[in-house]
Design a protein around this ligand. Sequence first.
Ligand SMILES: [Zn+2]
Length: 430
Amino acid sequence: MATDSFIIKNGRIINNNSVVDMIGDVYVRKNEIISVGVPINTDCHDNGNVAVFDASQCLILSGLIDLHVHAYEYATPLGINIDKYCLARGVTTVVDAGSSGACTFPGLKKFIAERSETRLLCFLHIASHGLAAAGCSGFGAGGECDHLNQVDVNACTTTIAANQDAIVGVKVRLSADVADNGKHEEEVYRRALTAARKCNVPLMVHHTMSTIPVQDLAGRNGLSCPGNLDAGDVYTHTFHGYASSIIDPVSKTVLPAIHNAQKRGVIFDVGHGQGSFSWTAAEIGAKENFWPDTISTDMHSGNIHGPVYDLNLVMSRFLHLGMPLSKIISAVTSTPARVIGRTKTLGSLEVGREADITVLKIVDCDIILEDCQGQVRNIKKRFHPVAVWKSGRMFPIVNIDNCPNEKSRCNGVNEWDKLKVKDENKPSSL
Ligand SMILES: [Zn+2]
């Protein structure tokens, strides 16, 4: 029966920073949310011409938001098909993290955003060519900020001002190998901060193997990261174990600068990716009650078959670490909506809004799940996507059958020696 109306029944609705946590129904008519939580008698609505989805034992959530993905398929080596890897896994909105810069953004909009069912927004890279080729680990040496001619504040701010419907912030990668072996890093960072401040948008920073220190160092009169970030800026790849880790490798504690920055309102984002999630680092954080503000995947062509797989499995890692469920939900709904300035339209189930809705189930499992360097933990529960509606339209969920991927895990082990924060024993490889 084709109908514009549907009721999602008997699910646990967790919503709007968990202000709402109740068993109830969500009623949608013509892509508008009509009611949230109120029990609905199907016979009394739309003359009974209403589809019913039974969400018993499931969570009913606002459509999930993945704050860090690489969506520029075909134009950049990292790009993935977001409808296949995100929407089909329950994610209704993705934010591309700097795949495009001022010169290449029009293509991202015309060829990807306008042709995808998934809602696509983006952080604009401070480098005008974005991640067109350079600096993508595994795709060759060199980086997008090797020459400062490409790091054009004016081009960046002009493009943002003209595309506020699609661009939500500025992206920069602080890693010596993408800025002429670190020579330009500080200037690149300064320009990215300038562009973001001028446009009054957040700056998302990738900070991994950088010459910019995490904490201000005595006698050093320069920038630090997250020291120069403001409330609302995003520190992504929070739990990597490389040189610029948030963890002091000696004391095995989270650096004071990180706790202070979170208190100031800097957003700590997971950005799991191919190299940026270490079980060891995340466990040290968990011990100190240091949880990410946003949980994102950094999904790209190099990690969709492990170690990321999908957003649900990244959320599952934090469930395993003991992160409270309400915080996990906020980290993929209301908080990313706030970061991208979309609290009026996204991230919460509210009467009168467009119907972006995700139904998930927490299921028992027994899988060995790797981090980015092949370290493993035994996961006993995981999030599993059950249904998704984007703009009132239901899309099929496609289950993944590629996890765990032993080949991906063993590839990760090759990087283990580079880690500063890691387990006592090297994981096995093939
Ligand atoms: Zn990324």
